[in-house]
Design a protein around this ligand. Structure first.
Ligand code: A2P
Length: 275
């Protein structure tokens, strides 16, 4: 028997359906709703579960014989005792219509294998790392900005987050504040972790899509950094399909080359969970 797949005893009592092989059954520790479209939750972490910051894992609910699984970026760093996720709520989404109702004590299923391209290993070291995100695309970066390895590889770490409305920025704002104050990570981030937020459908300090703000230079003026340059800059991109396509085009225009685990280079992209 694979003991790694053994669920929590507490969780097992509540389950109507058998747990599929290769899947952990974990207990929801906390849930936080930000808007009617966004929420985050934390689950217990199996002792045997290892992952690299920035990776994603498949998540499901024990509500069917063959549960629906969706890819979720892990938002917590790899040293955290719990596993955190940041999710959209889709009214008729096969998973999120149920997932958005979870409460502490409920069971969430998580496949044992994590993977992904938004990892430090896929980039070569450089002066600056830009993490460009929209919506729930901030999740993998929530993991990476709390990982000391990120600061070993890059002098400056810049997280950008663009959402439709101001209320949708709250998860990121609280994340940045908590990361800077964290007794473990705070010493790495001091003067090196930078945050840039913008909104597209409601006024805020910076308005506009990140693509427009890169193109017109507003992002670089606000940060006091020069335009993108492969000699000094690396980029990770996470958001919707269209956002990935448009940001990728800008980054490639600046001369950056796509990297992978096998051949690290200048930038990497990954689609944020949708549906
Ligand atoms: P917009 O309001 O102009 O659509 P969503 O919640 O739909 O995933 O969007 C998150 C953010 O991503 C929104 O601010 C949205 O702007 C922006 N966005 C959507 N498509 C693109 C794109 N192709 N390039 C850059 N930003 C985009």
């Amino acid at each position: 028997m694979n003991t790694a797949a053994m669920p929590n005893t507490e969780a097992v009592q509540a389950l109507e359906f058998p747990i599929p092989p290769g899947v952990y059954a974990e207990r929801v520790v906390s849930v936080r709703h930000y808007t009617d479209r966004l929420f985050s939750f934390r689950i217990t972490r199996p002792q045997t579960f290892r992952f690299r910051s920035g990776e994603f894992v498949m998540i499901g609910l024990p509500n069917a014989e063959k549960p629906v699984f969706r890819a979720y970026s892990i938002a917590s760093p790899n040293w955290d005792e719990e596993v955190e996720f940041f999710s959209i709520k889709v009214p008729d989404g096969p998973l999120t219509q149920h997932l958005q109702k979870i409460e502490p004590g409920d069971t969430v299923l998580m496949r044992q294998k994590s993977t992904g391209t938004l990892v430090n290993d896929a980039l070569t070291p450089a002066r600056r790392l830009y993490m460009i995100s929209t919506g729930t695309g901030i999740a993998p970066f929530a993991s990476l900005i709390r990982d000391p390895e990120t600061y070993e590889k890059f002098e400056q770490v810049i997280l950008t987050h663009t959402c439709r409305e101001v209320a949708e920025l709250k998860y990121g704002e609280e994340l940045i504040a908590a990361t800077r104050e964290d007794p473990l990570i705070g010493e790495f981030t001091a003067g090196r972790l930078h945050y840039f937020a913008s909104t597209t459908r409601e006024p805020s300090a910076h308005m506009g899509r990140i693509t427009a703000l890169i193109e017109n230079g507003a992002l670089f003026r606000a940060l006091g950094t020069p335009p993108l340059d492969p000699a000094s800059d690396r980029v990770m991109i996470c958001g919707s399909m269209d956002m990935l396509k448009d940001v990728r085009a800008l980054v490639e225009k600046a001369g950056l080359k796509e990297g992978s685990n096998a051949a690290p280079a200048d930038f990497v992209v990954e689609r944020a969970f949708v549906g």
